[in-house]
Design a protein around this ligand. Structure first.
Ligand code: B12
Length: 215
């Protein structure tokens, strides 16, 4: 049986949760490379979902269903990705700041980093500043991702950075921030290292940052 990864993308777009998991498992059983399943199947589908959502051709409940379909399939794919050929890129700690319950974009960013071979520790939503500091001490990540979707919770990101400074570990980790109200200028203002406008570009932005630091 040959596996058509387009079937995975199409099922993601249609939010068919069971089909996405089934086709992902079928592809693994057929020894398709996990990286291909992720990139040409799941992420290719989510890219189109993102575009349709941006253009107003898809609505939030549909997008949520697509993201759920993708994340269930990721449960199947994850062990293969981290133990397989894509491992070893580094560790990322990511979370949504205190007072903020939005996690769809943060989880998409987490998935992108996972797909790129990062070990991702996803702290979840509404995380107090100290939790980020403790997680950086414990997991020693190369990247810390902070997400905020509310103008009222954006300031927590700067506070986390200040807490990292106070703990003497600010220079141990690259901080990347994201979320709809966040901008490049805001990242500069609060002393974050990086900003990504969307989950798709975040991995490349981080990669380039580390390449430049080496040179
Ligand atoms: C879904 C949603 C909710 C859901 C969240 C469900 C969930 N599990 O996340 C629920 C219903 C819980 C919710 C609640 C509220 N919400 Co709301 N919500 C939204 C909505 C419609 C979509 C957000 C979303 O998921 N977008 C899709 C994802 C894919 O996009 P994204 O989050 O921007 O993420 C992308 C990038 O920003 C980036 N990214 C995000 N995080 C990170 C992190 C890193 C490290 C990186 C690199 C990149 C990155 O990558 C992502 C993918 O490309 C937005 C409107 C909008 N258009 O944004 C309002 C919105 C964010 N909400 C808003 C408000 C006001 C609220 C409430 C206060 C409403 C209320 N009165 O109760 C509460 C607050 C709850 C709280 N304390 O957090 C406002 C915020 C206004 C403001 N300027 O602050 C918005 C903008 C709606 C509006 N126009 O008024 N909300």
């Amino acid at each position: 049986m040959s596996i058509d990864l387009g079937k995975i993308s199409e099922s993601v777009i249609q939010g068919k949760i069971d089909d996405v998991s089934k086709y992902t498992q079928d592809a693994l059983d057929e020894k398709v490379a996990p990286a291909s399943i992720l990139n040409e199947g799941l992420l290719a589908g989510m890219d189109i979902v993102g575009q349709r959502w941006k253009n107003g051709d898809m609505f939030m409940p549909e997008v949520l269903r697509c993201a759920k379909a993708m994340s269930q399939a990721m449960e199947i794919l994850r062990p293969e990705l981290t133990e397989g050929e894509m491992g070893g890129a580094g560790t990322m700690v990511i979370g949504t700041v205190a007072g903020d319950l939005h996690d769809i974009g943060k989880d998409l960013a987490a998935m992108m980093f996972e797909g790129a071979g990062y070990k991702v520790i996803n702290l979840g939503i509404d995380q107090p500043n100290e939790t980020f500091v403790e997680a950086v001490k414990e997991h020693k990540p190369t990247v810390l991702g902070l997400s905020a979707l509310l103008t009222t919770t954006m300031p927590r990101m700067g506070e986390v950075i200040n807490s990292l400074k106070e703990a003497g570990i600010r220079d141990k980790v690259a901080v990347i921030i994201g979320g709809a109200p966040v901008t490049e200028e805001y990242a500069e203002e609060i002393g974050a290292d990086l900003y990504a406008p969307n989950a798709g570009t975040a991995v490349d932005i981080v990669k380039k940052y580390f390449e430049n630091r080496k040179n």
